[in-house]
Ligand binder design. Structure first.
Ligand code: AMP
Ligand code: MG
Length: 499
């Protein structure tokens, strides 16, 4: 029967397609419609012996991926770059950046974008491998990543997500079975990162540095459509885009400050224009309150210290403005005027988000004129007393846990008087504080302990316990003594360049 043949063939092809589709991949490639200046096609370099160290089942499900099929040796192969998921079109993205103040051309030297997964809700998110081998932008690097830093990114990004702070996510870490050579020989790994996109301030700087206005315009239009669709009909679309990026950064950095998060390398190539936290290197959460806290050993000047983050945010946005200038107005003076006006709003927007957040942490509802002074005085006390940032706020909900220090008591009576002036009940106040003051954060000594257990002993249980605690940071109903601040015997954390 002649019609059997094509029918069989069709069935066979469908079966193959189903097989390749296994995993739930729905990858699209809008970025590759941009001018070729902005990316290069590449393929991951296979590794010797991939095995999954950690897999984020909840995230996989949220992405519409088949968590069961991917939590396997097949998944390890995909997340190592040894086999490509169905529909992948891998590229490395080009970008430049200001690193510690100096301009450099960069690009994904050790990252490969597989494509954009369309989630069941219709969201478009980048799926990127970090550490999958050389790209045209690798310069003198090896294109690889080490297991410890990739697990660190996994922990901290998931902790930020748990706190409700916009961030890239971590889907999987695969050990490659190959060494990487840093100060020491380390186990190699690949992280699968998921982000709204990987378009950075540095991506605009790249187009700007090439004086390629067509590419710059295409990038701006693309960014606006992808991340700021509400600006579609704006009469000044490029300026409106810049304004919106400024607003999201002001909000994001305020959120960092409110939980004591220190990014560590806020170079312009690590600032995502989507408003998500991106590129976790020598990042950490502060224990004792000290605005000068830094964690990166190469940050000698404290450029990226906790207290300097808001100002560096604005500095980075000024670099974005410079790159975008040709889009704002054909007359350069006019373009500069417009950009400056927008940039000048950053400080006020940051202060607004920060103060609103601080009010919530103190259980305050409406604004009063002296609120900023009330917050500043609490922080000044914390700094003098060497008080733990997270726990000082957390303990505001529990009168018996608060400090008995005399200076604190003076501040406390002002705060209580301030609370008396608002109509909300004690329960309302406590609920507001509890929803904004985490009971647990990813403290360095716990992160380091979990990484040491995983990388030195192959023991993942401390990492899993930590991740589980961090997934619900505002839940106080558990025993959290294990995650208390470090004691004198805990070694202070500093990362060295080799992230
Ligand atoms: P980072 O400090 O991780 O944000 O990286 C800054 C730049 O250096 C980016 O362009 C990275 O892709 C690149 N890079 C970092 N580590 C490596 C590596 N091991 N191999 C190649 N490029 C790297
Ligand atoms: Mg980076």
């Amino acid at each position: 029967m002649p019609h059997d043949v094509p029918l069989q063939e069709t069935r066979g092809a469908a079966a193959v397609r189903d097989d390749r589709r296994a995993g739930g991949w729905r990858l699209e490639h809008s970025y590759t419609t941009l001018p070729p200046l902005l990316f290069s096609r590449v393929t991951p370099t296979p590794v010797r012996a991939p095995h999954l160290v950690i897999f984020n089942t909840a995230l996989a499900q949220a992405l519409g991926l088949d968590a069961v099929a991917l939590n396997s040796s097949d998944g390890a192969s995909v997340f190592a770059g040894n086999s490509l998921p169905y529909g992948a079109d891998p590229i490395a993205q080009a970008y430049a950046g200001h690193q510690f103040g100096g301009f450099t051309t960069l690009g994904d030297g050790r990252a490969i974008l597989l494509g954009e997964q369309i989630t069941p809700e219709g969201r478009r998110v980048d799926v990127q491998l970090k550490g999958p081998g050389l790209t045209p932008y690798s310069r003198r690097g090896d294109g690889r990543a080490a297991l410890g830093p990739m697990l660190r990114e996994f922990i901290i990004s998931e902790a930020m997500h748990g706190l409700g702070i916009p961030t890239s996510r971590s889907l999987a870490v695969v050990a490659t079975g190959e060494p990487v050579y840093r100060e020491r020989t380390l186990a190699g790994a690949v992280l699968t990162r998921v982000a709204a996109s990987h378009i950075r301030v540095g991506t605009f700087e790249w187009a700007g540095a090439h004086r390629d206005t067509a590419a710059l315009t295409a990038l701006a239009d693309y960014t606006r459509q992808r991340h700021y669709p509400e600006l579609a009909d704006h009469p000044e679309p490029h300026l409106a885009l810049f304004d919106a990026i400024v607003e999201r950064q002001a909000q994001l950095i305020a959120r960092w400050q409110l939980v004591g998060f220190i990014h560590g390398v806020m170079n312009t190539d690590n600032m995502a224009v989507s408003g998500e936290t991106l590129d976790y290197g020598p990042c950490a959460f502060m224990d004792r309150y000290d605005p000068l806290t830094v964690f990166s050993s190469i940050d000698q000047q404290g450029r990226y210290s906790y207290g300097n983050q808001p100002a560096i945010g604005q500095w980075n946005l000024a670099r974005l403005a410079e790159a975008m200038l040709p889009l704002f107005d054909a007359v350069q003076e006019r373009a500069i005027e417009l950009a400056t006006a927008s940039l000048d709003r950053y400080a006020e927007r940051f202060q607004q988000h920060w103060l609103d957040g601080m009010r919530a942490k103190l259980g305050l509802f409406a604004a009063e004129a002296d609120d900023a002074a009330l917050v500043d005085d609490l922080l000044a006390w914390m700094e003098r007393a060497g008080a733990d940032f997270t726990n000082t706020f957390r303990d505001l909900s529990s009168p018996e846990a608060r400090s008995s220090d005399e200076a604190f008591r003076t501040w406390e009576s002002r705060w209580l008087a301030r609370r008396q002036r608002q109509p909300q009940t004690e329960e309302d106040v406590r609920a507001r504080m509890d929803a904004h003051n985490p009971a647990v954060i990813a403290r360095n000594h716990k992160v380091e302990g979990a990484l040491a257990a995983a990388t030195e002993r192959g023991d993942l249980s401390p990492l899993e316990r930590l991740l589980s605690a961090l997934s619900r940071p505002f839940d106080r109903t558990r025993d959290l003594t294990e995650f208390a601040p470090p004691t004198a015997t805990d070694v202070p954390y500093r990362t060295f360049c080799g992230t």
